[in-house]
Design a binder for this molecule. Structure first.
Ligand code: SAM
Length: 290
């Protein structure tokens, strides 16, 4: 499908994927980049100017550190023998093209049909070739996505590395909970999960007032938070650890991003979490919700 006015994600929550692509394109242009994303600029160019870009500018440093953090999460999972990953709400994530995956690694990307149409069109023009066995799954994560994922060849008996990056704040709390329940039902022992989420104090940061207004105008308001991510994930069968952005910034020789610096934002948090499936969680229930 060509890149046309119809395929551009100019409104709605899918537009937020372009903000992240813009952050990755900016990082890619640096000589001392923490990762290479050779396709990010092509997505941005295909969309044009983004009115909600202030969100990106405020969070540029965080988006870069989080991308590197989740890159390393996937590479560690693959190095430990995992051979299947699901990028939940993949947006314009190009890890299937830019990371070095072991032979036979299967990666599933789930997102809304409109976003996927745009992404596939741009990647097609770029002649992008995946470095793994990549499958796109067109589904709404508030409804019957497990059936779509299973129909696409996902194997619930194999350990999976799941990633939920930049999604949960856009879902209603009940939809986030159902997503975690369904995902758990598809997680074999040895599975891992990485997520990003925010707490309520983060939403209330005065620096974000104008961003909220712009997101609201494009239909991408934040709808949920988690104040106790360990308890929430624990209740869904995951043992979680958090990595503070201060630690990531020190690890990679970058400044601590303003909105994730406890000295500047107090107890407001944008959590970066990794989790392993707890032994008590048991084996996959099979097909999840139909
Ligand atoms: N994870 C990607 C990244 O970090 O580059 C994209 C993050 S972007 C901020 C949010 C993504 O969530 C968009 O691609 C949007 O289309 C997707 N999304 C939001 N609500 C969704 C839903 N109900 N079902 C499927 N995808 C959804």
């Amino acid at each position: 499908m060509p890149v046309t006015t119809e395929t551009r994600p100019t409104t709605g929550v899918s537009r937020t994927a372009v903000i992240i692509a813009q952050a990755r394109a900016t990082e890619n242009a640096r000589e001392d980049r923490l990762f290479a994303d050779p396709y990010a600029q092509a997505f941005v160019d295909a969309v044009g100017w983004i009115q909600v870009a202030q969100a990106g500018r405020l969070n540029q440093g965080h988006f870069v550190l989080r991308t590197k953090f989740f890159d390393d999460y996937f590479l560690a999972a693959a190095a430990s023998g995992c051979r299947q990953a699901v990028v939940v709400a993949a947006g314009l994530d190009t890890r299937a093209f830019r990371l070095e995956w072991p032979d036979g690694f299967r990666l599933f990307e789930i997102d809304l049909p409109g976003l996927i149409a745009f992404k596939e069109a741009v990647l097609g023009v770029q002649g992008a070739q995946p470095t793994c066995e990549r499958t796109v799954v067109r589904a709404d994560l508030r409804t019957a996505w497990p059936a779509e994922l299973l129909a696409s060849g996902f194997d619930p008996e194999q350990p999976t590395a799941w990633l939920i990056e930049g999604l949960l704040m856009y879902l209603e709390p009940a939809d986030s909970d159902r997503l975690l329940t369904d995902l758990g039902a598809l997680s074999a022992p040895g599975s891992r999960l990485a997520i990003e989420h925010i707490n309520q104090e983060y939403v209330e940061l005065p620096q974000l007032r104008a961003v909220h207004e712009r997101l609201r105008k494009v239909g991408a308001s934040w709808r949920s938070t988690v104040d106790d991510p360990f308890g929430w994930l624990g209740g869904h069968g995951w043992n979680a650890t958090v990595t503070p952005q201060t630690e990531l910034a020190a690890r990679h020789g970058r400044p601590v991003p303003e909105l994730t610096d406890p000295e500047r934002v107090g107890s407001a948090r944008m959590w970066l979490l990794e989790a392993t499936r707890s032994a008590e969680a048991g084996s996959p229930a099979g097909a999840g919700r139909a």
